[in-house]
Design a protein around this ligand. Structure first.
Ligand code: AVI
Length: 329
C-alpha cells in the first residue's frame, strides 16, 4: 500500500486528524463529492485489502506473482546487474513482500550482493516481513525503513550504490496521470543515472475481467469501500447510516479506468460533528472514493515523458493481464 503525502495526496495514510478533517470537509463539499482513497487504510481497511488480494476475482496480485515466480530470470536480466557489484533493492510500499520474496530467492541463489530495503508506512507489516525473510532467506540483508518514502529515499541517496526501486501492485494506478508523472519525476530526482525503476501496472482489458475485480461476489470490496464511512463515523464523530449507502463501482473500458463510488440509497443528511457541518445526499448521489487506472504502452510512455526515465523492458504474466515495466534513470 502506498501512502506518500507530498505527491500522491489521493493515496496518503493520515494519522493526522486535522488533515483527515480538512480532506473530508473539502471532499464532501465538492460536486461531485469525493473521499480520498488513502483513508481506506485503517486497521480494518488493511485487513480487508489483504482479503481482496486473495479473492478469485482480484487477478492483479496473482498476475504479478506469476511474473515474479515464472519470469524471474527475465526480471533479473532487465535489472542489468553487474556481476560482483553491490546494489540496493528498495521497495516502496512493501506490504507482505509476497511477490518480492520470489525475486529475493532467485537473487540469493545466484549470489548477487545487495541490501533489501522494504519501505512501508506500517511498522507492523515491516516487522512481520523482516521476521519472515530472516527465516526463509537468512542470507539476505533486510533493512526495513518505516515512513514516508521520499524521506527514506532522501536518506538513502547518501550511498552511491546502484539502486533498483520496486513499485509494484499497480499502486500507481490510484493516482491521476498527472500525479503519477510528478511522482515518477520526483523518484528520478532521488536516483542516479543507470538506476532502475520496476513499475508494476495493471493493463487495460475488457470490462468482464476488470469490473468483477472491484465488485467481488463475496462483497469484500464493498465492505472495503464502505469502511471509509465507518472510519469517518468513529474518528470524526459522524452519523453515516451504513445501511443507507452502497458500493457502486464502474469501469470505463475505453479509457481503462475503474472508479469506486459510494452511492446514497436515499435522500439523507449526515452530520460530521468534528467538522461542525452536515452534508446532504440525494438518493442515487455518488461519492467518488477511488480511481484504479489501467495502462498500456502509450499511456506509460506519456506518463514518463517529462521525467528522467526511459522505457527499457516490459514483462507480462502468461495471460497478459499485468505488466512490470523496467525503466532506466
Ligand atoms: C492498492 N490498489 C492498487 C488497489 C487497486 O486495485 O486499485 C486498491 C483496491 N481497491 C479496490 N480493490 C483494490
Amino acid at each position: 500500500i502506498v501512502k506518500n503525502k507530498e505527491v500522491a495526496q489521493e493515496n496518503v495514510i493520515c494519522d493526522d486528524l486535522e488533515q483527515f478533517k480538512t480532506d473530508i470537509e473539502n471532499g464532501l463539499q465538492e460536486n461531485p463529492k469525493t473521499i480520498p482513497s488513502m483513508y481506506f487504510y485503517d486497521k480494518k481497511g488493511d485487513a480487508l485489502f489483504q482479503e481482496i488480494m486473495n479473492l478469485p476475482e482480484y487477478y492483479l496480485t496473482r498476475s504479478e506473482l506469476d511474473i515474479f515466480k515464472n519470469k524471474t530470470d527475465q526480471l533479473i536480466k532487465a535489472m542489468d546487474l553487474q556481476a560482483d557489484s553491490y546494489f540496493e533493492l528498495i521497495e516502496l510500499g512493501a506490504g507482505d513482500g509476497l511477490k518480492t520474496k520470489e525475486l529475493l530467492k532467485s537473487l540469493d541463489t545466484n549470489n548477487f550482493k545487495f541490501d533489501y530495503f522494504p519501505i512501508d508506512i506500517s511498522s507492523n507489516a515491516l516487522d512481520l516481513l523482516e521476521k519472515d525473510l530472516n527465516e526463509v532467506l537468512p542470507n539476505v540483508s533486510v533493512k526495513t525503513k518505516q515512513g514516508d518514502y521520499f524521506k527514506v529515499l532522501d536518506a538513502l541517496k547518501m550511498s552511491k550504490k546502484p539502486k533498483i526501486i520496486l513499485f509494484l501492485g499497480s499502486n500507481i494506478g490510484n493516482m491521476t496521470d498527472d500525479l503519477a508523472s510528478a511522482f515518477i519525476s520526483k523518484l528520478g530526482a532521488n536516483l542516479a543515472p543507470g538506476d532502475k525503476l520496476l513499475l508494476g501496472v495493471d493493463l487495460i482489458k475488457s470490462k468482464d475481467i476488470v469490473l468483477p475485480a472491484y465488485d467481488d461476489s463475496k462483497g469484500v470490496t464493498a465492505a472495503f469501500n464502505i469502511n471509509v464511512l465507518e472510519r469517518i463515523n468513529t474518528q470524526l464523530d459522524a452519523n453515516f447510516d451504513l445501511s443507507q449507502f452502497k458500493h457502486s463501482p464502474e469501469y470505463n473500458e475505453k479509457e481503462g479506468i475503474a472508479i469506486s463510488f459510494i452511492e446514497s440509497k436515499s435522500d439523507q443528511t449526515v452530520a460530521v460533528k468534528a467538522i461542525g457541518k452536515s452534508f446532504h445526499f440525494e438518493k442515487g448521489e455518488k461519492i467518488q472514493t477511488e480511481v484504479s487506472r489501467k495502462y498500456n504502452d502509450v499511456l506509460i510512455s506519456k506518463i514518463i515523458l517529462n521525467t528522467d526515465f526511459k522505457l527499457d523492458t516490459k514483462i507480462m504474466d502468461n495471460k497478459a493481464y499485468f505488466a512490470d515495466y523496467i525503466l532506466t534513470r
